[in-house]
Design a protein around this ligand. Sequence first.
Ligand code: DSN
Length: 432
Amino acid sequence: MDKVNILIKKEEKRQQETLMMIPSENYASKEVRNAVGSILMNKYSEGYAGKRYYQGNRIIDEIENLAIEKAKKLFKVAHVNCQSYSGSPANSAVLFALLNEGDKIMGLKLSSGGHLTHGHPNITFSGKFFKSVQFGTKDDGVIDYEVVEKLAKKEKPNLMIIGTTAYPLILDWKKLGEIADSIGAWLVADISHVSGLVLAGVYTSPVPFAHIVTTTTHKTLRGPRGAMIMVTSKGLKKDSEIASKIDRAVFPGLQGGPHNNTTAGIAQCLIEAESKEFKEYGKQIVKNAISLANELTKGGLTVVTGKTQCHLIVIDLRPLGLSGNVVAEALEVGGIVVNRNSVPNDIAPPFYPSGIRLGTPAITTRGMKEKEMKLISSWIISVINHFKDEKLPDEKNERILFMKNFRAKILKDKLLISISKEVKSLCKKFPI
Ligand code: DSN
C-alpha cells in the first residue's frame, strides 16, 4: 500500500475505535463519500446551470439543480447557492454581496459561542473590512435579548450575522428578526451547527425571520464539507436583486470553479435528510445531548447555561480550577475526542481556555442512545476527577512545558488505558 493509503487506513481505525464527540463533526454516509470521491472532481464548471464558461456541463447542471431544488424544498427558501467551498467562504460571500467596505456588522462574540466570521475583531475578514460590534452572554452563558436590542438600536449595524458554534440553547430567531427589522438591518442566520436539527424539526428555523440563511453541510446535516447560502422570501422582498448579488459574490467575486463532487455530496445528503429516519436521527441527537448534560451535572460538573436544547454541551472547568487543555488531552488518550473551548466571560487565553465542548451528532449516527450516554458521562466524570490536581501554570513557558510533560505522562496512565479499552469495545458494538 502507498503511504497516503496507509495513513487513510490509520485514520479510519482511529475513527472506528474512538468516540467522535466534537459537535461539529459527523460520519457522512458511504453514498456521500462516493460522490465526494467521484470523477465529478475532474470537471471545471465556472458559472451557474445553463450559464457556464466551459463546455461539457450538462450533467453537472443537473447535479447542481438537484441540490438546489432539494434545499429549496427542505428549508422552504426562495434561492440557494451551493458553490461556496465551506462555511467561512459562504459567510464572506454574504458580507461581500450585501455590504460596502466600512459598513457595520453585529454578531455574537466567538468567546460566547459565536464564530470568527461574525465580526471577530482585527484578525478576520469580517472584523477587519467592516466595523464590528459584538455582544456576549450573561455570566450564566445565556443571551440577554434586551442587551442585543439596545446595542443594535445604539449602533445601527447594516447587517446582523448571528449563529452559534458553542451555545447550547435555541436562538430566538423571531426576536432577532424583529430587532433587525426595527433598524432596517439585514439578518443573516448562520445555522451551520444546527441545520440538520432544523430539518428534523427539533430546532427553530430562522427562515421566516431572516433574509439570508447560511449553513455548512458537514455537521448535523451529515453531508460533505461544503456550504449553502439560502435567500428567504423575506430577503427577496427586501431586495429583489439579492439572489444574483449572492451568486455573483460567490463566483466570480470570491471563487473560481465549484467543487462539483461536493455539490453531488450535498444533493445526496439532502436526499438522505428527506427521510423519516433522518428526523428520528435529529431527535435522538438532542435526546442524547440532554441525557449527557443531566448525567454530567449529576456527577458534579458545571454545564454552561445549566442545560442543552441542541446537540452540544460546554463544560465550565473553572469551578475545578482545571484547564480545557488538560481535560481534552486526557480524554483523547481515553478514546473520547472533544475540543477545549472558551466559556462565558473566560479570562483564560483562547489557546488555553477554561472549558471543553462536546456533542452527540456523530455518536448518534453510530446508533448510540441514552444508555450509552450514561456510560460515556461516567468515563468523562472519572477522567476529570482523576486529574483534578493537574493545574496549568500561569506563566507562558511553564505552561508549554507542563503540557508537554502532561501529554507524555498520560500515555501511561492506568485509568486512561482501561477507559480506552472500554471505549474500543463500545465502538465495536456500534461500527461506523
Ligand atoms: N470549526 C467549526 C466548529 O468546530 O464549530 C466552526 O467553523
